[in-house]
Design a protein around this ligand. Structure first.
Ligand code: ADP
Ligand code: ASP
Ligand code: MG
Length: 437
């Protein structure tokens, strides 16, 4: 069985939903994972913000508007929309209740969960009215986070096996992306863009033949299409290359989505719902081509430098530094060292002041915000001559704060000022991918 995931833009209106169903029905049996319709999660986050600021009237007004929109979509999509409208009203009644009662720690997560619940219900009703045997599964019962707030494939597997057997006669299984439950059974989620991760977890748990991610672009592009014109699709990527690109900000894939597929060796295919005939990008163990393949950028990075003469010829210094970050559960992204200083980056500033205070016991600390990591990804053997020269000549005019090269065969990264992002991506595009002969 294949897993097919459709993102919000692929479900933007009733026509797009029908189009997604057409794609699904190419398969004799399929497991479908859906995001919320585009715009809905943002609207729900606004509603939740109003609730948390005790602005109930604004929250209610917004919720009623959204409910009416879903009534129209149901009426557009379905010949007999009554049942779907009844279910929409049920969801909005729960949402209204969440708005009225005093907020709990999980209120925001509960409110944003309705986006995926609404889209999967509409999709299911449409299949049912077209006499396609299908089962709608609740993802909050299938994905439960552990004590470290992580999902576990084995746990999902055992829960899914039961359901698949129970509804064995179904041709299509449908479930929500993004949402899950936490260890206490409250509604939770996998973070923004998390439906890709859900699809990969379900694919791994089902040992699927393939995980298809259907979106609004012809596969992974070699640069950020939101910033650079004339990007090109990459037809084949290794799991590790795709993971690096997702990690460095290629929004098409959630950063955690590659790992479950890689660990279970399940190919991932990225396809465009608007051009289903385009081959898209296939991510697997097989690759083609060498050298630079793509670049991506990640913003909101903070650089921290710790300077200390105690580092000179000393051992154990880095361990002490890393322990501070471990204590405050703050991952480090990039690191460079010299004899007397170490520079590193983080993208989570929640505990920054405490981290700085502790680091100051080891040396002089300086902090710079508004940085961007640009990841350059490909089959880059560090020892092969020429890669660094190509990169540095492309970046001749860009001020660079840090460089990381040689850590893996798939990635080089540089840290720049965010204000230089566009020209950096453009310079890399012009020099690495479109070199004038
Ligand atoms: P979905 O709603 O299907 O999950 P997303 O908006 O999350 O879609 O992801 C698709 C978008 O990712 C594209 O429309 C594109 O603007 C953006 N994007 C950023 N970097 C890349 C890249 N390297 N390749 C393809 N798309 C990218
Ligand atoms: N609907 C969620 C979001 O907008 C999850 C997703 O689209 O993958 O972030
Ligand atoms: Mg997405």
């Amino acid at each position: 069985m294949k897993v097919l995931k459709f993102g919000g833009t692929s479900l933007g209106n009733s026509e797009r939903i029908k189009n997604a169903v057409e794609i699904v029905l190419q398969e004799s049996k399929a497991f479908v994972v859906l995001s919320a319709m585009s715009g809905t999660t943002n609207r729900l986050i606004d509603i939740s913000d109003h609730v948390l600021k005790n602005n109930k009237q604004k929250a209610l007004k917004s919720a009623y508007k959204l409910r009416n929109q879903y009534h129209s979509i149901a009426a557009d999509l379905l010949k007999e929309p009554e049942k779907a409208i009844e279910q929409i009203n049920k969801y909005f009644a729960i949402l209204e209740n969440q708005i009225q009662v005093s907020p709990k720690p999980y209120t925001e997560k509960h409110i944003v969960s309705f986006g995926e619940l609404l889209s999967t219900n509409l999709f299911y009703q449409y299949l049912k009215q077209n006499n396609i045997k299908s089962t709608l599964l609740n993802a909050t019962e299938l994905i439960r986070l552990n004590s470290k707030n992580e999902p576990e494939v084995e746990d999902i597997k055992s829960k899914l096996e039961n359901k698949i057997q129970l509804y064995n006669e179904s041709r299509i299984f449908i479930t929500q992306g993004f949402i899950c439950s936490d260890i206490e059974g409250n509604i939770s989620n996998l973070g923004r863009g998390g439906s890709d991760y859900s699809a990969s977890l379900f694919g791994a748990a089902l040992n699927a033949d393939e995980i298809q991610i259907w979106t609004d672009i012809d596969g992974v592009q070699n640069n950020d299409p939101r910033i650079i014109d004339s990007t090109q699709p990459i037809r084949k990527l290794l799991f590790d290359e795709a993971a690096e690109l997702a990690y460095f900000g290629a929004k098409i894939l959630h950063p955690s989505c590659v790992l479950p597929a890689k660990e279970n060796n399940i190919p991932v295919l990225l396809k465009n719902t608007l051009h289903p005939d385009d081959p898209g990008t296939s991510i697997s163990k097989k690759t083609e081509g060498t050298g630079f393949k793509a670049v991506a950028a990640r913003d909101n990075i903070t650089a921290i430098r710790i300077k200390s003469s105690r580092m000179l010829l000393a051992y154990g210094f880095l361990r002490k530094v890393f322990e501070v970050f471990e204590k405050y559960e703050t991952p480090i992204d990039m690191i460079t060292t010299s004899e007397v200083a170490v520079s590193l980056t983080i993208d989570n500033e929640i505990h920054l002041s405490k981290i700085i205070a502790e680091l100051q016991t080891y040396g002089t600390v300086s902090v710079n915000n508004n940085k961007t990591i640009v990841g350059i990804v490909g089959n880059i053997m560090a020892e092969e001559p020429g890669h660094a020269e190509k990169l540095f000549s492309a970046l001749a005019d860009i001020p660079i704060r840090m460089i990381s090269y040689g850590a893996s065969a798939y990635n080089m990264s540089i840290l720049i000022n965010t204000e230089d992002k566009k020209r950096t991506l453009q310079a890399l595009n012009d020099n690495l991918f479109n070199r004038r002969k």
